[in-house]
Design a protein around this ligand. Structure first.
Ligand SMILES: [Zn+2]
Ligand SMILES: [Zn+2]
Length: 359
């Protein structure tokens, strides 16, 4: 057992406590990672405000990178001193889905609620998304510690584990956007910006970004949007029709039902909508079935349909070779004890990504 400072949430809607907690040693198949950097993602906010129900107390944070500090019995893929990005998947690696390169469809993955390596006031605390990286160290399953090229700075690498892989993977792995295709991205936050830059990598001919925050539309241009639409000033569906008559691919990266509706309506015949955003649990979406008749489709997408051991090192290489923007994603860096400030900045829409640094 070691003592670490961590971000603890005891009840939705209450303040996040930054305090010392206990962290047990890694068991068989587990790895203890000294966290060096962690991004603040909208899903953390959703747990804090209760729109994603989660058992409490919980140690927050799921987008992190660090250095392997100790490994449990049987761990083979990493050793002490290795830099790793935390993957939130914790897939089994042994089922048909895993063996066919679809770990996001794993049917044996443990519930994130099963792993409780932290102790708060004598009580086992829950781990968030197999990660809990708003802590000086965490214990994760071997499947969740993905080795990365040491040349990628960890305060950049951390963003690969959620925001980048989710946005990039939606475009490249799930929708499989072709060179020359037209696309629209609804929501130009941490996920949407990565949909946009993945569109650039695939060679999309039109990348229309839709948001209501001028700053985010500015970032969208920096990340490669060919057109920006301020949905607070004009109807985005009409605007997209004017740009290219409707898009081949739409990506919804907000998680709001009215926006999913607009994204569906923005499709050209044969177009495909990929829903990347996460609306509150239990949300319902209805649409006129006739809308799909011209060979349109709607896709779900979990975690960028990623294969972490393929995609994380690839995204690291793209960054090192100047093909993927990560520096530009980081709006501001914080210490963990500035958590309240970071959360306020996130709520205000002031962050592409805020990153906590532990050094
Ligand atoms: Zn996230
Ligand atoms: Zn599996």
């Amino acid at each position: 057992m070691v003592r670490v400072v961590a971000a603890v949430l005891k009840k939705p809607g209450t303040a996040v406590e930054i305090r010392e907690v206990g962290l047990r040693d890694p068991g068989p198949g587990e790895v203890r990672v000294r966290v060096k950097a962690a991004g603040l993602c909208h899903s953390d906010l959703s747990v804090i405000d209760g729109s994603i129900p989660y058992p409490m107390p919980v140690i927050l944070g799921h987008e992190g990178a660090g250095i392997v500090e100790a490994v449990g019995v049987g761990v083979r893929s990493v050793r002490e001193g290795d830099p790793v990005i935390i993957s939130t998947l914790a897939h089994c690696g042994r089922c048909a889905a895993c063996e066919s390169g679809k770990p996001t469809q794993c049917c044996n993955a443990p519930s994130p609620r099963e792993c409780r390596p932290f102790v708060v006031d004598g009580e086992e605390a829950y781990q968030f998304a197999h990660a809990s990286v708003f802590a000086e160290a965490t214990v994760v399953r071997e499947e969740g510690a993905i080795p990365i090229d040491p040349a990628v700075p960890l305060e950049r690498a951390c963003l690969i584990g959620c925001g980048i892989v989710t946005g990039y993977g939606a475009v490249v792995n799930r929708a499989k956007v072709e060179t020359g295709a037209t696309m629209a991205v609804f929501g130009a936050g941490g996920i949407g910006l990565n949909c946009i830059q993945a569109g650039v990598l695939t060679g999309a001919s039109v990348i229309a970004a839709v948001d209501v925050v001028p700053q985010k539309l500015h970032w969208a241009k920096v990340f490669g949007a060919t057109h920006v639409v301020d949905a607070s000033r004009e109807d985005p569906v009409q605007a997209i029709r004017q740009i290219c008559g409707g898009v081949d691919y739409a990506f919804e990266a907000v998680g709001a039902i009215p926006v999913i509706q607009q994204a569906l309506e923005s499709l050209a015949p044969g177009g495909v909508l990929t829903v990347v955003g996460v609306p509150p649990v239990g949300s319902q979406f209805s649409f006129v079935v006739h809308q799909l008749y011209q060979n349109k489709g709607v896709l779900g997408c979990r975690y960028g349909a990623a294969r972490p051991r393929v995609d994380f090192p690839l995204l690291g290489r793209l960054y090192l070779n100047g093909r993927l923007k990560i520096d530009e994603l980081v709006t501001k860096e914080y210490r963990l004890d500035e958590f309240a400030e970071a959360l306020a900045d996130l709520k205000a829409g002031a962050l592409a990504r805020g990153v906590f640094r532990f050094d």
